[in-house]
Design a protein around this ligand. Structure first.
Ligand code: 5GP
Length: 190
């Protein structure tokens, strides 16, 4: 079994991809490790630095861009940078595990282009635009302005779903989790 593999889970914010990714990480028989992204956005209440993200200042983030520390990075929302550190992927591969990414659509496609053979790209689709909006509001973690920003970006992201290797529609979470599990298992040849 070759573990130098990558799994990209991308979706519009609010599709439930983080829940699916967490489920995969809890499946102890899958040799996966989460790629902890760096971000310049502020931590949410329950988020832990070095676990959910490496929380950096905008200056620190920009400095790391200059020294070429990122495999990919993006200004996902104004002044909110997000990126994958090269060191993160190396760390996980050195542990003999495959890398699991929870990143936005452009970042996901970027990784797929850099590692076409090694990556399985999965797009998590919300059942509808209305449902996406309900979920974003129901989460209650973002201001109205930020919700609008995320919904605006969702249209562009939904239009790119066909560029991924697989699409999971997150209508029923239990089924979506099982589909994700089977896709990962197959790609790892387990
Ligand atoms: P959130 O602020 O909700 O945690 O994330 C906002 C968006 O940024 C999500 O779509 C998330 O997947 C994406 N994101 C998180 N980490 C990265 C990363 O390392 N690179 C890119 N391109 N996007 C990321």
């Amino acid at each position: 079994m070759n573990h130098r593999k990558l799994f990209v889970f991308s979706a519009p914010s609010g599709s439930g991809k983080t829940t699916i990714v967490k489920h995969l990480l809890n499946e102890t028989n899958l040799p996966l490790s989460f790629s902890i992204s760096a971000t310049s956005r502020a931590p949410r209440e329950e988020e832990v630095d070095g676990k959910d993200y490496h929380f950096l200042s905008v200056e620190d983030f920009k400095m790391r861009i200059e020294v070429g520390a990122f495999l990919e990075y993006e200004e996902v929302y104004a002044n909110n940078f997000y990126g994958t550190l090269k060191s993160e992927v190396e760390r996980i591969w050195n542990e003999g595990k495959a890398v699991l990414f929870d990143i936005d659509v452009v970042g996901g496609l970027n990784i797929m282009q850099q590692f076409p053979e090694e990556t399985l790209g999965v797009f998590v689709q919300p059942p509808s635009k209305e449902e996406l909006e309900n979920r974003l509001r129901g989460r209650g973690t973002e201001s109205e302005e930020k919700i609008e920003m995320r919904l605006g970006k969702a249209d562009e992201e939904l239009a790119r779903s066909s560029e991924f290797d697989a699409i999971i529609t997150n209508d029923n979470l239990k089924i979506a989790k099982e589909e994700a599990y089977q896709l990962v298992k197959k790609f790892l040849e387990l």
